[in-house]
Ligand binder design. Structure first.
Ligand code: EPU
Length: 433
């Protein structure tokens, strides 16, 4: 296994860009199953989750090619309706195969994905949505069985106690585009990744109205065609680099981003006093402040609120911001796996239910730390950039699920970060702690 070695204290400056959005690319890959024609997807990030999804599509019978590193060509001519546990368990997002399979083949048999470290991840709202479309929904021996022979458009409400559901909205949308009649999804997720999926489906010939709003109206069509579609930039990756700039930047410019997708983050950073300049070319230039930042309270919400996927990274910034910041996690109330590891680096954070009370201080110290999930890994990398001494981040395969070459990108702007075989990590690092 590989580890990341970061020597803290370097200044980040120059230009850095986000790759295509993972959470848009995954359902968009699944959407290629809705047509027997070829779909060409551009600006696809190079991530292990994408490779898993490509493997599942191949298993289902699709022809999958990668003509260049960021372009994929997928033709789902004749496909099967069953995705087995062996493949699905590697990646939760494979649940969003249910919608396209049920839409096109009128049946689907998908293994339930199983546990997740960020907390319970039920799919009851997806199943409620499928049932609302008139499908027979059965859960048996770890599999979901959908029979959509009698499905028809209907009103569907997708609100839950934590808001809507992102992949649930994607699933119902992808089923509804090929289901006869009119489906109205109320309390649909408004995340930019859902909008991106809608835009791709419209290019394929789907009829969807209200895109970007919580009410999506879908008029089912008989068939969809192929398309060439460019995936939007990853707002979470960009947000992570913006936070990196706030912690260690001196004119770090994050390019090719959609600032409107990041308004909740930039607003909070402005409140904290981060020097930022929004440029006319969809880029933002960020620097670490010469005077101490102000602590802030952050509450995660569905889009356009503060994204849960940036909460861990924000905890790293608040750990080195003098004063008390409170972070409230409303989407995944147990998503604090990064906290014990940040504590190993000297952060003073207490967890009280869904709140993290961060007593920020001037510095952190480098330590060996364990990545537990994707965004927790990013938080540890950010902490390592400003910690005194060397931080070793273990289990970085989590990072490779969602950050395209983060080490190369950060090194190019001045970070001292290397990916090494685990055996190169000195044991003394552990003995010291
Ligand atoms: N929920 C239910 N029932 C459901 C579905 C969701 O109770 O049937 C709850 C969840 O437990 C959670 C909340 O509703 O409390 C929101 O879950 P949602 O379904 O929106 O999450 P998701 O679709 O499984 C996507 C992203 C996550 C991101 C969340 C929230 C993908 C592939 N994943 O997950 O991304 O955190 O939306 O924005 O799009 C990540 O990239 O690190 C990541 C975890």
């Amino acid at each position: 296994m590989e580890v990341m070695r970061i020597e803290g204290g370097q200044t980040l400056s120059g230009n850095i860009s986000a790759s295509g959005a993972k959470n848009a690319a995954l359902p968009i890959f699944a959407a290629t199953l809705l047509t027997e024609e070829t779909c060409i997807l551009e600006n696809v990030p190079n991530l292990s989750d994408i490779w898993f999804m490509a493997q599942i599509l191949q298993h289902l019978g699709a022809e999958v090619e990668q003509p260049d590193p960021t372009t994929w060509k997928i033709t789902a001519g004749t496909i099967a309706h069953r995705a087995p546990y062996d493949l699905v368990r590697k990646m939760r997002a494979s649940v969003c195969l249910m919608g396209p399979l049920a839409g096109r083949l009128k049946r689907a048999e998908i293994s339930l994905p199983g546990g997740c470290v960020i907390g319970p991840r039920p799919i009851d709202m997806h199943l409620k949505g499928f049932a609302g479309l008139g499908m027979e929904v059965t859960v048996d021996k770890g599999y979901v069985f959908l029979n959509a022979e009698q499905a028809s458009g209907n009103p569907i409400f997708l609100g839950g106690r934590h808001g809507s559901t992102v992949t649930g909205t994607a699933n119902i949308l992808m089923a509804a585009v090929l289901t006869p009649g009119e489906t109205v999804i109320e309390c649909a997720a408004c995340e930019p990744e859902v909008v991106d999926l809608c835009n791709m489906l419209v290019q394929m010939g789907a009829e969807i109205f209200g895109i970007g709003s919580p009410t999506l109206t879908i008029r089912g069509v008989d068939r969809l065609g192929g398309c060439t579609y460019r995936i939007l930039p990853d707002r979470i990756e960009a947000g992570t680099y913006i936070i990196a700039g706030s912690m260690a930047g001196e004119n770090l410019t994050i390019n090719d981003i959609r600032l409107s997708d990041l308004a909740a983050l930039t607003d909070k950073l402005k409140e904290a006093g981060v020097p930022m300049q929004i440029n006319s070319d969809n880029s933002i230039t960020v620097s670490r402040s010469e005077s101490p930042l102000k602590p802030v309270d952050v509450v995660t919400h569905p889009h356009p609120g503060f994204a849960t996927d940036l909460q861990a990274q924000m905890s790293s910034l608040m750990s080195v911001t003098p004063g008390i910041s409170i972070i409230t996690e409303k989407i995944f109330p147990n998503r604090f796996m990064h906290v014990p590891e940040l504590q190993r680096m000297g952060a003073d954070i207490a967890i009280e239910g869904p709140n993290a009370i961060v007593k920020g201080q001037a510095g952190l110290s480098g330590a060996p730390v364990m990545a537990s999930d994707l965004r927790a890994s990013a938080a540890l990398i950010l902490a390592g950039l400003v910690a005194e001494g060397i931080t070793w981040v273990l289990r970085i395969y989590h990072l490779d699920r969602g950050y395209d070459k983060i080490d190369d990108k950060l090194r190019a702007v001045g970070a001292n970060i290397d990916r090494l075989p685990e055996k190169e990590m000195p044991n003394t690092q552990f003995e010291l702690k």
